[in-house]
Unconditional design. Structure first.
Lengths: 558, 194
C-alpha cells in the first residue's frame, strides 16, 4: 500500500479559492471527517499543525520519539501552564500531550480501542445529579452511536472479541484478537481466582492482513511510536490516504491556525493560519469543522474573538474550555519470577471490566477498567521503572535493571472523571508560544470521587498481581493529576445552548456553519481509552454534516 | 506541585520524559545532525575524538558514569562508551547544559580536594572513596543530570554514540528486532504448552 500511495497525485487547492469544508486538525477525528466529506463529493482542505510523515520516518528510536517528542507537541515551542485551581498562579510545565502530525494521536497511541457502554450515555438519569458537577446525560444514546462504532472498527481495522460486560454490537470485530502475552495469561489466571473476567483487549492493530495492509509483526514499538508496518490503524495509514485518493481532499501540513474568521452575520468565512514559513495565510471555506483535540479546539475558539463574539467564538454559553476530563489513572507494579518480555508485541492483550459500572455500595461515584502491560523501553525503565525503594545507581541498581526489565508488570487502572466546570482550558495571559499565540493554561483538580475511584481500582490492581503470583508488588500513592493524555469534554455536546457548545449534530449552537468533533465533544469521560468513541463520533458527525449540506441546511457566508 | 503523591501519569512523565533534565526536551530539529554525526562514530572501530569535553573533564564524567552503572561481571557505562554520547550531546542538542556541567565539575573538584587533600581529581580516587563522594551529592541537580545522561548514553540507540555494541540493551534483555513471534515470555509459553 505504501508504494501505491506514493504514486497518487496529491490534490492542491488554490489558496485563494474557497473550498466546501475546511477541517482544522488532520488527526484521529479530522482524518475520518476528511475522508467521509471528500467521498461524499465535497472539496476539502485539512490543515494540520504538525508535519506529514510516513512509515519510513517511524524508526525504533526511543530517544527521539519518547524523550525528544518527535511526533507529539514540543513544550519548548508550545509551552503549557498548569495550576490546580484558579487561586494559584499557573506555572510553566508540561500539562497535556497530543499527537502533532498528520494522523494526530492515532499515530502514537497504544491502540486500545474500547467502546463506551450503554450506561455511559445515560448515567446521570440512572444515578441522579452530583452536586458541584456538570454530570449530564449525552444527547445521544449508545444505540444511536453503535452503527458508527461498527463503522470505525471495520473501516480502520480493529482486532478483538466481545467480553461479558460489553454492550450489544451489530457486527463482530473484523479481526480476531492479537496473540495473548504473558501479561494476559497472568491476568486471566488471577481473574479466574478472584472470580473476575479477563477478556481479549480490543486493539486498533491488525492481527491479520486487512485491506492491503500487513499484520502486526509484534516488534513492540506501539505506544509513542508510529507503526512502520502499517499494522496500527492510524488515520494516517487508513482514511487519510483514501481521502486523498478521491482527488477532492488536500491535507496541508505545518499549517497552524490562529483565528477562525467570521463575517458581520456571524457566519464563518475561513481561517487565518501560519504556513510552514510562519507566513500568515487565509483559506476561505463554506463551512469549518474543528477537530484539533480537547485543548487546541477550545484554545482556538477562545482566541477567535470578535465584536460579535467577545468571549470567543461559539461561546455564548461560556462553556468553551470548561468541564475538562483527563480520566483517572492509577497503577500498581510487580516483579515475577520468570521472564514476561513485555517489550515484545502490542501493549495490552487482556482487559478486565468487572468494575466498569458504578456501584452505590462503594459509597462514591465512579467506574473503571484494568489492563496488564509493561510499556517501558530500556531508557525510560532505567530512569524510573524500578520499584520506588530501589537504588538509583551503583551495583545493585545495575543488577536490578538487568534482572527486572523482562520480569516487571504493571496493572493500569482507567477510571471516570466527573465533569467539573472549574477544570478547564483557558488562554494563559502571560506565556506565549513560538508563534506568539497564548499558551494553553490547564486548571485541574480531580473530583474527590475520582480520587476514590482511582484508589479503589489500584487496590484491585494489587489484588490481581498478588493473585497472579507476583514476587513483589508495589504501588505509588494515588494523588491529584497534573497531566492529561485524554483531553475530553471542553466543548461538550448537548441540547441546551446555555449548557453546551455543540448540538447533537456536532454543529455549534451559535454559528450555523461551524462544527466541532473531537474529544472535546464528549459529555462524560467513559472509563478511559476514548479514541474509539472519538472516532465513532467523527463518523457520525460526518454523516450528519453530509446530510445537512445535501439538504441545503448549512448556511454559508460565501 | 502541592501534592507529594504521584499518579500514574505523573509517574509516566517522570519516568519517560525525565523532568529532571530540561535537555531531554531540547529542540528535535538538532537531532538529525547529532545523530548522523554519532552514526559515523558508531560505525568506526575505535571511539572518535572528543568534541566538547577536554580529556580531563571526560575522565571525571566517565568516572561518575562508571559508578552509576559499574563494570562488574558484565560491561558497564565505560564499555558502552557512554562518555561519547555525553560529549556529543553537550556539543549539540544539550549545549544549554554546558554551564551546569562545568559548574558541577568545579564543585566536585573542590569537594574532593577538601575531603581528600589531593589534586581534586575524582577519577583518581579509589572506588570506595568515589562512592562516598557521590553519596554526598546524589540529591543534587548535577548528579541528576549526569545520571540521566549516563542512562541515555547506556540505553539510547547506538547511533547516538553510546550503547556501544548494544551493551545496554543486552544487559536488560531487550532486543530491537523488527519482528517477534509468540510465545513472547515464560507464562504465555507455559500456557500454550498446556
Amino acid at each position: 500500500m505504501a508504494k501505491s500511495y506514493a504514486n497518487i497525485a496529491r490534490t492542491k487547492f488554490d489558496q485563494n479559492a474557497e473550498v466546501d469544508f475546511l477541517i482544522i486538525g488532520a488527526g484521529a477525528s479530522g482524518g475520518i471527517i476528511a475522508k467521509e466529506l471528500a467521498t461524499a463529493g465535497f472539496r476539502v482542505v485539512a490543515l494540520e499543525q504538525g508535519p506529514y510523515l510516513s512509515e519510513k520516518d517511524f524508526v525504533h528510536d526511543e530517544f527521539k520519539f519518547m524523550q525528544q517528542r518527535a511526533i507529539t507537541n514540543d513544550y519548548k515551542r508550545q509551552p503549557n501552564t498548569f495550576r490546580h485551581s484558579e487561586k494559584e498562579e499557573a506555572k510553566v510545565q508540561p500539562a497535556i500531550i497530543y499527537g502533532r502530525l498528520v494522523g494526530g494521536g492515532s499515530v502514537p497511541f497504544a491502540a486500545n480501542y474500547w467502546r463506551l457502554h450503554e450506561i455511559d450515555f445515560i448515567e446521570r438519569s440512572k444515578l441522579g445529579p452530583i452536586a458541584g458537577t456538570g454530570f449530564s446525560d449525552w444527547p445521544i444514546t449508545y444505540a444511536e452511536l453503535e452503527p458508527y462504532y461498527t463503522k470505525a472498527e471495520w473501516d480502520l481495522g480493529v482486532s478483538g472479541a466481545p467480553g461479558p460486560f460489553d454492550s450489544p454490537r451489530s457486527r463482530p470485530y473484523p479481526l480476531p484478537p492479537l496473540p495473548i502475552k504473558s501479561s494476559g495469561v497472568l491476568a486471566e489466571r488471577a481473574a479466574r481466582k478472584l472470580g473476575w473476567h479477563a477478556q481479549p483487549a480490543p486493539m486498533a492493530i491488525l492481527s491479520k492482513p486487512y485491506r492491503g495492509r500487513s499484520a502486526c509483526a509484534h516488534c513492540g514499538f506501539c505506544s509513542y511510536f508510529g507503526c512502520e508496518m502499517e499494522a496500527k490503524s492510524s488515520t494516517l495509514t487508513t482514511v487519510i490516504r483514501e481521502a486523498e485518493k478521491t482527488g477532492r481532499c488536500e491535507i496541508r501540513p505545518n499549517s497552524y491556525v490562529r483565528q477562525i474568521e467570521v463575517n458581520k452575520a456571524g457566519l464563518v468565512t475561513g481561517v487565518t493560519y501560519f504556513d510552514e514559513n510562519r507566513k500568515e495565510r487565509f483559506q476561505a471555506a463554506k463551512a469549518v469543522v474543528l477537530s484539533a483535540n480537547g485543548a487546541e479546539t477550545p484554545k482556538l475558539l477562545l482566541m477567535s474573538k470578535s465584536s460579535k463574539f467577545p468571549h470567543g467564538l461559539a461561546n455564548s454559553s461560556g462553556k468553551v474550555g470548561k468541564y475538562l476530563m483527563f480520566n483517572g489513572h492509577a497503577n500498581a507494579g510487580a516483579v515475577f519470577e520468570q521472564q514476561l518480555n513485555e517489550f515484545k508485541s502490542v501493549a495490552v492483550s487482556r482487559i478486565i471490566h468487572d468494575f466498569y459500572n458504578c456501584d452505590p455500595k462503594r459509597g462514591f461515584y465512579g467506574g473503571g477498567g484494568l489492563d496488564t502491560r509493561f510499556v517501558q523501553y530500556p531508557l525510560g525503565f532505567a530512569i524510573r521503572g524500578l520499584p520506588p525503594d530501589a537504588p538509583r545507581w551503583g551495583r545493585e541498581y545495575k543488577r536490578m535493571l538487568a534482572e527486572q526489565y523482562t520480569r516487571t508488570l504493571t496493572v493500569l487502572c482507567h477510571t471516570t472523571s466527573l465533569a467539573v466546570e472549574s477544570n478547564n482550558i483557558t488562554l494563559d495571559p502571560h506565556v506565549k508560544d513560538e508563534w506568539g499565540l497564548p499558551a494553553v493554561r490547564v486548571t485541574y483538580t480531580d473530583h474527590a470521587s475520582d480520587l476514590k475511584m482511582m484508589q479503589f481500582l489500584q487496590d484491585r490492581a494489587k489484588e490481581l498481581l498478588d493473585a497472579a503470583g507476583a514476587r513483589k508488588v508495589w504501588a505509588r500513592p494515588v494523588g491529584p493529576q497534573s497531566f492529561g493524555f485524554h483531553l475530553l469534554g471542553t466543548c461538550r455536546m448537548g441540547n441546551d445552548p446555555k449548557e453546551s457548545v455543540i448540538d447533537k449534530d456536532h454543529r455549534t449552537h451559535d454559528v450555523p456553519n461551524l462544527f466541532i468533533s473531537d474529544g472535546s465533544s464528549m459529555v462524560t469521560s467513559g472509563r478511559g481509552q476514548p479514541t474509539c468513541t472519538i472516532q465513532a463520533l467523527a463518523y457520525r458527525a460526518s454523516d450528519r454534516i453530509v446530510q445537512l449540506a445535501k439538504s441545503g441546511e448549512i448556511k454559508s457566508a460565501l | 506541585m502541592g501534592s507529594k503523591t504521584i499518579s500514574r501519569r505523573r509517574f509516566f512523565i517522570e519516568s519517560c520524559a525525565g523532568v529532571s533534565s530540561a535537555w531531554l526536551l531540547s529542540n528535535v530539529l538538532d537531532i538529525p545532525f547529532a545523530q548522523e554525526h554519532a552514526h559515523q562514530a558508531a560505525l568506526s572501530p575505535t571511539p572518535t575524538k572528543l568534541e566538547f569535553l577536554s580529556p580531563e573533564q571526560a575522565a571525571e564524567i566517565e568516572a561518575i558514569a562508571a559508578q552509576i552503572i559499574p563494570t562488574d561481571e558484565t560491561p558497564g557505562a565505560r564499555e558502552a562508551r557512554v562518555i561519547y554520547f555525553i560529549d556529543r550531546a553537550l556539543a549539540t542538542f544539550a549545549s544549554d547544559d554546558r554551564p551546569a556541567v562545568m559548574k558541577g565539575l568545579d564543585d566536585l573538584q573542590s569537594r574532593v580536594r577538601k575531603r581528600f587533600k589531593n589534586s581534586g581529581k575524582f577519577s583518581e580516587l579509589k572506588s570506595k572513596q568515589q562512592i562516598e563522594v557521590l553519596k554526598s551529592i546524589e540529591k543534587g541537580s548535577f548528579f541528576e543530570l549526569i545520571r540521566t545522561m549516563t542512562v541515555c548514553g547506556m540505553f539510547a540507540d547506538p547511533s547516538y554514540g553510546g550503547n556501544y555494541n548494544e551493551i545496554g540493551w543486552k544487559m536488560v534483555g531487550f532486543s530491537d528486532d523488527f519482528a517477534f513471534e509468540p510465545p513472547f515470555g515464560f507464562y504465555d509459553q507455559e500456557s500454550e504448552a498446556k
